[in-house]
Design a protein around this ligand. Structure first.
Ligand SMILES: [Zn+2]
Length: 91
């Protein structure tokens, strides 16, 4: 059986010559953290000098969610990450 429309190696290579990915462009924020260009900084929440993301509120929200998750895990009787039993060093 012959595949009539089969592309040869040359044709495949020519098509794939445009398929390469480029690396992400990262720039330095005014706070010093690396960030993607044309994106708000994840560390300080600023874009072009303006505050876009409320980082304090985000930190509070994440902390609240962590404590709630911990509470739910403890209520369901599963072992939580912070309260894992550590083996005693001696005895
Ligand atoms: Zn920043």
């Amino acid at each position: 059986m012959v595949v009539r429309m089969r592309a040869n190696r040359s044709k495949t290579g020519k098509r794939r010559s445009h398929a390469a990915l480029t690396s992400m462009r990262s720039v330095k924020c005014e706070c010093g953290a690396p960030r993607l260009s044309h994106r708000a900084c994840y560390e300080c929440g600023k874009y072009n000098g303006h505050i876009i993301i409320d980082v304090v509120a985000r930190a509070k929200r994440e902390a609240r969610r962590a404590t709630r998750k911990e509470k739910d895990l403890r209520a369901s009787g599963q072992q939580t990450e912070s309260k894992k039993e550590e083996p005693s060093p001696s005895t």
